[in-house]
Design a protein around this ligand. Sequence first.
Ligand code: GTP
Ligand code: MG
Length: 368
Amino acid sequence: DEAITVANLAKQMGVKATEIIKKLLLLGLPANINQAIDFDAAALVASEFGYEVEKAGFEEEDILQATEDKPEDLQPRPPVVTVMGHVDHGKTSLLDAIRHTNVIDGEAGGITQHIGAYFVEMDGGRITFLDTPGHEAFTAMRARGAKVTDLVILVVAADDGVMQQTIEAINHSKAAQVPIMVAINKIDKPNANVDRVKRELAEHGLIPEEWGGDTTMVEISAKKRMGIEELMEMVLLQAELLELKANPNKPARGRVIEAKLDKGRGPVATVLVQEGTLREGDVYVCGTYFGRVRSLFDDKGRRISEAGPSVPVEVLGLSGVPNAGDDFIVLADEKQAKQVAEHRQMKHREKELSRSTKVTLERLYEQI
Ligand code: GTP
Ligand code: MG
């Protein structure tokens, strides 16, 4: 019933057709490049190359399909906030200031480990901040259809005003339909001009509330730690209006915020859990990789055994380094995870291959 040509099988596995023909001949099967071979033969040959063949029509959704949550299973979750803005307008300084006002933790001056995300607990509630330098990460996420941010804090320096990356950030947020809140920073500077910033923002569609618009704008100085608490109150207020909820009582699903290869620890990914609860030992598929979670660490570098919705967590035990924006899905068993990951690897190779084919063709034309 299901058949594949030698040429196509070769292409999907990224091996030479002649290699496959050789194997087929050894198995005593008829073989030429356009020969259609059945599923069993294809599986047999593929296994010789270390591949597993799936029946056509494999849809990862069959395995990964998310279950609908009942309203009573949903619980409030903290907002996920991304800080954006033009270079040098004070994004990092703001995050520093915020972490120092972290009343529960209160580890002022402590060692801050950069994991690309911070979880802040205040009197009024909890907030997750994503510290993604540049807007590339944001763009990469969107390109993958990943929506991780509930709210954007747009930092605009009062002495510099709206600049190119400010406008980019506004456009990104609008396209992703993420509400924007503005932090007008550096108001301690003698040449700060808050009204000018507001006028410029209004030109780009962000009208301050006091002018009858709906954009919250808070004047702050990240350096002098002025207005930070007011800004946090506004974030929590806005989050309340968004009624953010998730079901913590199911296998976790999340997104990779960033990932790297750590010399001592191997591949390490910062994952934002979006629903469910992630635990040590969980079987996952992440991008084209699969495996079992070896250990979890929080944003302060402390080992934890589980992480619920909106919690950013460092995951160890990955079989490779995934990309920012890749999904992270916990599955019931390793066999399923392997099947999904291998299917993705195959798709990935196909894409790579068609790309390299195109390149060679282009080269060919150049030579003619
Ligand atoms: P990039 O990550 O390079 O895009 O910059 P950033 O937006 O993270 O800015 P950063 O926090 O690194 O601040 C840039 C410079 O502005 C630093 O020298 C800060 O000390 C200074 N700065 C930040 N906030 C304030 C502020 O409120 N007042 C004053 N006077 N200086 C500030
Ligand atoms: Mg910075």
